[in-house]
Design a protein around this ligand. Sequence first.
Ligand code: SF4
Length: 509
Amino acid sequence: MNTPAKTIPIQKVDDHQPEGAACHAGEKTLLAAAQAAGKSDILERYALDYPKGPHDQPQSMCPAFGSLRVGLRMSRTATILSGSACCVYGLTFTSHFYGARRSVGYVPFNSETLVTGKLFEDIRDSVHAQADPEKYDAIVIINLCVPTASGVPLQLLPKEINGVRIIGIDVPGFGVPTHAEAKDVLAGAMLKYARHEIMSGPVQAPKKGRQQNPTITLLGEMFPADPMGIAMMIEPMRLSVGCSVPTREWRELYAALDCSVVAAIHPFYTASIREFEAAGRPIVGSAPVGVEGTNDWLQNIGHSSGVSQALIDEAKNKCLPIIKNVLSEQKINGRITLSGYEGSELIVARLLVECGADLRYVGSACPSTPWNAHDAEWLKSKGVQVQFRASLEQDLDAVQAFKPDLAIGTTPVVQYAKEACIPSLYFTNLISARPLMGVAGAGSLVQVVNAAIGNQSRFNKMKAFFGAVGHGDSSGVWMEKPVDRPEFRAENKRQLEKKIKLRKAQEMG
Ligand code: SF4
């Protein structure tokens, strides 16, 4: 338990990684093509908003899933994809896997319709056919990699048809590194549209009318109980929780912009924050997690909202002792590494540390921003290595180096840990999808983490029983005992190296 924290060097992931090559192989070509096709402005914007890291390609699911999910979760909103059929198949599969229960529109193309510009006409026709104000407030069209690289000009679509708003966005894997940031691409585009509507005249009021207290807009998808918990914490300051962005319906965008302060609970919503700042709204980073996190957050929210120190103290005095009490009653006993691509990794890490965990490493596929800088500093001061834009290789190195009692991570990290006989938990489904804020958050993590750590003996038993059976290239079902073939391996390596050399020569030529 007392191994000193150490720093894992950042690796430059080289071209010798065959994994993921399907989406990524032609990145430079696609980027150059998109620039040549008139997408330079949008790609430059993305490069600033979503700076790349040691790896320059998504290492998790297709980023466009983030935008698709935001569109599909909004009522009275149609979402149409424009891209290769294989990409659309994967995206619709994933959206239904996550319970979308909504139709996804698709405008197919072939080389001819792409090159001649007919694809754009097809998209325009399909948007006109869909634009029924009885059914929809908005239609979202998402250009995937190939149409973006080919310069399909969604910005030339009408801004509105029959009163239905038309939002066209480019979400290429070579411009938007994670699906988390792709949520921001659509949320930001919608906020921009809504902000201009507000500036042009009266807009719809919220369904239940405007709140009496000044409101706090919450930025980021979070567990449904968390906004309620936050509402209770800020109530003594005479503040209310407003809408969460991404919103569930169009008119909530107006209410979100009509707030007194924006809480960037998830810190990667750069384009959305730009719109809130343009509307003159102050932004507060981090989240009310644990005692210290909640104390800082309440102070910053109260201060930014112009609340008196007496009321801020009242809010703190009401919840901090309870959180402290919950945290003192139960502790996490064990060393942990944590990695994920949801963007909420740092606030979870803070909570783990306050729950007593010996946390050594937190890797986030999302970038460092002004809104998570404080969390990063806090974690570093506790001896935790913080890695933004973490690559899968760095996350795996952390598990190998720190030999944790529990590895919390993405699917491949969890798989790696399990193979190494280390208990593990999948971050997205088992950690980020639970209450994290305030009192509820303090109580929610300890049980699941300690239960997972307690599984070590089961892992040991399984390892002892199965031994090396089914490991590496001898895994699977065999009719005979697998025979090692080092000569095949050498030949395969030679072929791979040849391919890499050829690709490099083509790139240089
Ligand atoms: S849209 Fe791009 S990143 Fe997404 S699956 Fe297709 S090729 Fe990959």
